[in-house]
Design a binder for this molecule. Structure first.
Ligand SMILES: *Cc1c(COP(=O)(O)O)cnc(C)c1O
Length: 359
């Protein structure tokens, strides 16, 4: 007999593939799909497997060497780019796995083994990682001399905001570097746009890849939402584990924050903040139970939350929907929790089983 998870993240292959198609068309390039942080919480293995079937996914971008090794082990035949600097000891290990490495200095360029492939990382204004524009061309030249230069990239700080002036300035700086790089045997894979960049700019001249993260999973900033018909990939459900009646005047959950105004049917649900459902949504959160939108009662607990099921036909084991593709989305939950979709999605825990569906 199997011991089932209490909560499930249902992944829509159709939504993922639709989003990837829209984003790749709008960018007019193939995609380097960010799958860092467990594919934005969706499940690394599941998303890499699904996305590798999409013709416009050139490869995958990850944040840590372990993530790089995990994706490489899935043997999709698609390249993997590590987005953050490896330690010197990790460089040969990653190069042996075929992982593309970010390079931002002459010392890093010189330390690469001869079979490595590098993407020159240029810091055009994010001030997080990369070579400064005035130093970057020299690093690129060294990589090209060694025959290791496959790509060059930068990252926008403000491409998802209404004011795009700084993003334009970043692009200008990036092009200054690209223009100073020598010709490579294969055309240089230049890339800059994250999801916000694709929505804000569309096709960017000279770019050969794009890196849409959150948008691939179906979310866009509100002022850009009309740009493309993106659909959330994930629906999150959890089971009813207990049903009881709280009598009028009794309180529910820690701190006694919520008091029953009348006898109330309470459904206890097997998901909590340890699974990633934000505790900060206490007092505002709603869920779907037996097809109706109902409030979460009192404090959200570590492993459980309680829902008003008064008058509903609910049985033990029934699924409760925490978020879905529309009408009750991750965006709603993030708003209730005073946070952003990125944080809610990436916080989704290991106890939640990821399940792939075609719908
Ligand atoms: C996370 C990340 C992305 C994806 O950003 P989104 O805002 O999710 O589209 C792209 N590039 C780099 C370097 C990143 O770290």
């Amino acid at each position: 007999m199997t011991l089932a998870a209490r909560a499930h993240a249902h992944l829509s292959e159709a939504a993922l593939h639709g989003n990837l198609t829209h984003l790749s068309r709008r960018a007019a390039t193939p995609l380097l799909l960010p799958v860092k942080a467990n594919a934005y919480g969706h499940g690394l293995r599941e998303i890499v497997t699904l996305a590798a079937r999409h013709p416009d996914v050139w490869g995958f971008a990850v944040a840590t060497p372990r993530e790089a090794a995990q994706v490489a082990a899935l043997d999709t035949g698609r390249p993997v780019l590590l987005l953050t600097p490896p330690t010197p000891a990790e460089v040969p290990v990653l190069a042996d796995l075929g992982v593309r490495l970010p390079v931002a200095s002459l010392a890093e360029a010189d330390a690469l083994p001869a079979h490595a492939r590098a993407h020159l990382k240029v810091d055009t204004g994010m001030n997080r990682l990369g070579a400064r524009p005035e130093d970057a061309a020299q690093v690129g030249l060294r990589l090209a001399e060694r025959g290791l230069l496959e790509g060059a990239y930068t990252h926008f700080a403000t491409a998802d905001e209404p004011d795009l002036r700084f993003a334009h300035e970043q692009l200008r700086r990036f092009h200054t570097v690209l223009d100073a790089l020598p010709a490579t045997p294969q055309p240089l894979l230049a890339h800059a746009a994250n999801g916000g960049g694709i929505l804000s700019f569309g096709a960017l001249p000279g770019m050969r890849l794009a890196r849409p993260g959150l948008t691939s999973y179906g979310f866009a900033p509100s002022h850009l939402r009309a740009t493309l018909p993106l659909r959330p990939v994930m629906t999150l459900t959890a089971q009813v584990t207990h049903l009881h009646t709280a009598h009028a005047g009794e309180t529910v959950s820690y701190g006694g924050l919520w008091r029953a105004p009348h006898d109330t049917r309470v459904a206890t649900v097997g998901i909590g903040y340890a699974d990633g459902y934000p505790r900060g949504a206490t007092g505002r959160a709603h869920v779907l139970i037996a097809g109706e939108r109902r409030p979460v009662l009192g404090r959200i607990c570590m492993d459980q939350l309680m829902v008003d099921a008064t008058g509903l036909n609910v049985r033990l084991g029934d699924p409760v929907t925490l978020w879905q593709q529309e009408d009750l989305t991750v965006t709603d939950v993030a708003t209730w929790g005073d946070t952003i979709e990125y944080e809610v999605l990436t916080g989704l825990g290991e106890r939640v089983d990821r399940v792939v569906g075609s719908g």
